[in-house]
Design a binder for this molecule. Structure first.
Ligand code: NAD
Length: 321
């Protein structure tokens, strides 16, 4: 079996690799060739930690495995990342352990790839202004990946903790995009694409602030009770997601579904757009919304890419167990 370290993943797995892997696995999911197994998530009653597994099988790419990990809130004080993940890949023909892959960097890069895939397939071609709601760890990855999908001319951003915005401004500067911190009303009025990536538990963007034709990638809501958007905004949009089962239970759509503002049948897996069985955006005035809930198959897809790249460059460590 092979071990691919966090550092090797950072060195070898670029945004384009992650985009390709995530787009392919979303397509396989929509065809029924890949499926996620039920997610396990438990409060373990120690160190305030939430621990769990996300797993699945992609029959088209023969990728089988799980991501193990969770959230340890005390880690930051120890100089460690609060979110901890490790990916295990198994040989689909024999069940033998094939690889152990550091999952922290890959989680960020696969989450950014998901919203980037949604922008590539759903945003207006002429989108010029990118709106960022959130400025935490994931936001920097999101900004870099989103910025590559259209010819953006400017970034407008808002964050609940304004002191975090200069960090995001630094990322925009690095990629050569003018950056402005704005109020949410202005963000909605100006942005052609909005990426939300916060740990909010209440609506941050309201229906009346968002202009027609906007594409929203809502990425922060990945647990029951979290929320980033006004349910009326959700109800006004054409709805896409990575996986419908997660979207209606732990994703952003949980709230509009609970309020009976949208029906599950109105939600399309983004893979259907990638496969060409759903047209995606059909007018310039339509608001499109991608509810990115984060599925295990995304982790397995990028981890599998990491193993392949590490094997090619001789940077995967081989051991026998
Ligand atoms: P972080 O702790 O680095 O940043 C948190 C962000 O949320 C910051 O912008 C912060 O200002 C904002 N925030 C905190 N409390 C808030 C509040 N009450 N109201 C509004 N905003 C608030 O976290 P991160 O690693 O950047 O993750 C951000 C979110 O993305 C988390 O909710 C995380 O669970 C989620 N996430 C989703 C996926 C996915 O696949 N969809 C993957 C990874 C992380």
């Amino acid at each position: 079996m092979f071990i691919v370290s966090e550092d090797t993943c950072k060195k070898l797995v670029g945004r384009a690799d992650a985009f390709k892997a995530v787009e392919a696995v979303f397509a396989a999911m929509a065809k029924g060739d890949a499926y996620n197994f039920p997610v396990i998530r438990e409060a373990i009653g120690h160190a305030d930690a939430l621990y769990g597994f996300k797993s699945g099988f992609d029959r088209s790419g023969l990728v089988l495995g799980l991501k193990s990990g969770g959230y340890w809130p005390g880690n930051a004080a120890k100089g460690l990342t609060n979110h901890q993940s490790t990916v295990f890949l198994f040989d689909a023909d024999t069940g033998q352990l094939k690889a152990l892959v550091g999952g922290n960097y890959l989680t960020a890069v696969r989450t950014a790839a998901a919203s980037a895939v949604s922008i590539a397939h759903l945003a207006r071609r002429d989108a010029k202004v990118l709106g960022m709601v959130g400025a935490g760890h994931q936001a920097a990855f999101q900004l870099r990946a989103a910025a590559e999908q259209r010819s953006f001319e400017k970034v407008v951003a808002w964050n609940f903790h304004p002191e975090m915005l200069p960090g995001l401004a630094g990322v925009a500067e690095e990629i050569g995009l003018p950056f402005e911190a704005v109020e949410r009303e202005r963000l909605g009025a100006e942005a052609d694409v909005i990426v939300s990536i916060t740990s909010a538990h209440e609506p941050l963007m309201m229906r009346e602030w968002v202009k027609p034709g906007t594409h929203i990638a809502c990425m922060g809501t990945d647990t029951k009770g979290k929320q980033e958007l006004d349910p009326a905004l959700v109800a006004a949009a054409t709805l896409f997601t990575d996986e419908i089962a997660q979207s209606v239970t732990i994703g952003e759509l949980q709230h509009a579904i609970a309020a009976c503002l949208v029906r599950e049948e109105a939600i399309t897996p983004i893979g259907a757009v990638i496969n060409g069985t759903h047209p995606g955006r059909t007018s310039d005035d339509e608001i499109t919304l991608f509810d990115g809930t984060g599925v295990g198959l995304q982790d397995l897809a990028v981890a599998s890419a990491a193993v392949e790249l590490a094997q090619q460059s001789g940077e995967a460590t081989e051991i026998a167990i």
